[in-house]
Design a protein around this ligand. Structure first.
Ligand code: SF4
Length: 633
């Protein structure tokens, strides 16, 4: 029988030596690696237990600061993902009609040659902007997509922007960046639209909740449904889905009318107090109660508690973003952090906390305003382009352009790790566009939903079958080790772009196809090569290169420059814009507001919210109604 280690109630993982000892007892190998199944760089350290070339199970790496030995159910289900029967096996070329599902196996070399040939011909005939590459949210290969498009000359990065972008956009334009939370020193933690128990690495939400309870800190849960974190909370604001902006505005009403804001801070560091004070008058707690379903008494209590607690954080989750008023909600919450002086002080929301970063590979100097003008459908209004992902088009507008030919038709769509039929709105129109587009390439681990409509289907590696990219967490670096040989004729998405770059004649910009050279360039800031990094089996902790944190450095924080070509300040006056002059100039609401959408949807009385329950949070492992057994529990 396979031996495992009993750590009591929780799986606390293994040290390297423990993993080796355990593996030896079972005639297995213990291979240090890390998980890559969520976020662009969640990167929980793992030990992969392998026998006869087969991955049996994974366990948490105690040495990894990210997860300290913990592994979430999605990570634990890795072997089921790796050996899923739906996995693609080899590159495929469509031989039947679109939608017929008839394919013929081809080699990777043949596939790259066909794609490069098509792109060259279309670039010549229709211009480079006829190519669009789709991406879900930010992934670890996002920069590679931007690089390929930039070198090719197309701005059309089709970004779905359904996750984290509204939050980033609103925070940047209100307080100059996305704040982190100093949970450890906080006396009040407000989880707003966040699911801290089921969502995220094991060392984050649950650990903070338990620690906060132990030291007597208060917890407030802001979410529509009863979940485990609500059971640990002192207060639960059970709002109607999608009404976060109304709740935040009515809390701000209480804070301003009861003069609970920090007058010195507001006078020195906020712009537009007079306009905002007038604006907030109508958002009374009674009004807030009628919109959100949270009682006026609770709205007042929550506002007073937050404003009067010296050390308080608000942790804004994805739940806030999945509504039409998300930008207003985040702007209002960010204003609340600022005016109550909960910004960049110990125990509060902190700014400027950033781990070490590899060398960027996006070639920003080669974006041109001319390229930006050619976007088929800017993800953000033109005044705010390019934002975080560089030049981006709204994902859905790529398909619109195929169908309408406006402003010009996209001719080729490449979809690496994203399923258009499942990743955006208007499924029927997406399907029509996929039938119509000249050339469609899909790249995935498993059979994607729209496979029948692809001209070329490319099977990619799971992280367990590749030796790149290296991982970085805070000040810790770790090379990826290949755990098992690929189960089929696979390449990574990184290798795909390198090979395609070379075949297109862009070899110089794509390290002449060398993954090692690509990794070494990204490692340049750390003065180490990938070969040297591989010698550090369980990762390498670099000396802390950051200066000691300087709190309340508002002079610097509020001068953050935008990523737009003009490099204008996110905060035009170098202060928190309670009234945003650039929004006003561009025809947007200068102050966060509430727009009721219920009237528009009378015909459809139910509101659909992209809410992940505990069973289905790990959504991308669910296909054709098959939920992997390990994540059912
Ligand atoms: S949180 Fe879970 S899925 Fe994400 S990296 Fe860690 S173990 Fe993997």
């Amino acid at each position: 029988m396979t031996k495992t280690k009993d750590n009591g109630n929780f799986q606390k993982g293994y040290t390297y030596q423990e993993a080796l000892d355990l593996a030896e007892g079972n005639q297995e190998q213990a291979i240090p690696t890390y998980c890559a199944m969520c976020g662009p760089t969640a990167g929980c350290g793992l030990y992969a237990f392998v026998k006869d070339g087969k991955l049996l199970r994974v366990a948490g790496m105690a040495e990894s600061p990210r997860n300290q030995g913990g592994v979430c159910p999605k990570g634990l289900a890795s072997p089921q993902w790796l050996y899923a029967p739906e996995r693609l096996k080899t590159p495929l070329l469509r031989v039947g009609e679109r939608g017929e599902g008839k394919f013929s196996p081809i080699t990777w070399e043949e596939a790259i040659e066909i794609i490069a040939g098509r792109l060259k011909q279309q670039k010549e005939q229709y211009g480079p902007e006829s190519l669009a590459i789709l991406s879900p949210a930010r992934r670890n290969y996002s920069e590679m997509i931007t690089r390929f498009l930039t070198v090719h000359g197309s701005p059309n990065y089709g970004h779905s922007g359904i996750c984290a972008m509204q939050k980033a956009f609103a925070f940047f334009h209100t307080i100059g960046g996305v704040p982190s939370c100093d949970y450890e020193n906080s006396d009040l933690i407000i989880y707003w639209g966040r699911q801290p128990v089921f969502s995220g690495p094991p060392t984050e939400g649950p650990a903070h909740l338990v620690a906060a309870r132990k030291r007597g800190a208060k917890i407030v849960a802001v979410k529509p449904s009863m979940e485990p974190d609500v059971g640990m909370a002192d207060m639960w604001l059970a709002l109607r889905p999608g009404t976060d902006a109304a709740l935040a505005l009515s809390m701000l009403h209480v804070i301003f009318t009861e003069e609970l804001y920090d007058k010195d801070f507001v006078e020195q560091w906020c712009y537009g107090l007079e306009e905002f004070t007038r604006h907030i008058q109508s958002y009374t707690p009674q009004w807030g109660a009628s919109v959100t379903g949270v009682s006026a008494r609770q709205i007042c209590e929550a506002a007073r508690l937050y404003a009067s607690t010296d050390k308080a954080v608000i942790d804004v989750g994805n739940g806030v973003e999945h509504a039409s008023s998300s930008s207003d909600a985040v702007r209002a919450i960010a204003i609340m952090m600022a005016v109550t002086n909960h910004l960049d002080r110990p125990g509060c929301n902190l700014m400027g906390e950033r781990g070490l970063m590899p060398k960027p590979i996006t070639l920003p100097g080669r974006y041109t305003p001319e390229m930006a003008k050619k976007l088929v459908g800017p993800e953000f209004p033109r005044a705010f382009q390019p934002f975080l992902e560089g030049l981006t088009s709204a994902y859905y507008r790529i398909f619109d352009s195929v169908l309408t030919g406006k402003p010009y038709p996209i001719r080729t769509i490449i979809a690496p790790g994203t399923q258009p039929l499942l990743s955006t709105r208007g499924t029927k129109r997406v399907l029509e566009a996929l039938k119509k587009v000249d050339f469609f390439v899909t790249i995935d681990v498993m059979e994607p939903a729209e496979m029948k409509y692809a001209d070329i289907v490319l099977p990619t590696t799971t992280p367990y079958e590749a030796d790149h990219p290296f991982e970085i967490q805070g000040n810790r670096l770790m090379a990826r080790t290949k755990v098992v040989e690929p189960m089929g004729d696979y390449k990574s998405i990184f290798a795909f772009f390198l090979d395609l770059g070379v075949a297109m004649g862009y070899g110089e910009d794509f390290w002449n196809g060398s993954i090692e050279a690509f990794e070494n360039e990204r490692l340049e800031p750390f003065h180490i090569t990938i070969e040297e990094l591989r010698k550090h089996t369980c990762g390498l902790t670099l000396p802390q290169q950051r200066r000691e944190k300087k709190y309340q450095d508002y002079e610097r924080m509020f001068q953050t420059k935008s990523f737009g070509f003009g490099k204008a300040l996110f905060l035009p006056q170098g202060k928190v814009p309670l009234y945003h002059t650039v929004f006003a100039q561009e025809g947007f609401a200068p102050m966060p507001q509430w727009k009721e959408t219920r009237e528009k949807t009378k015909q459809y009385p139910l509101i659909l919210s992209d809410y992940h329950t505990s069973k289905f949070f790990f959504g991308f492992l669910v296909k054709k109604y098959t939920v992997f057994a390990g994540i059912r529990a």
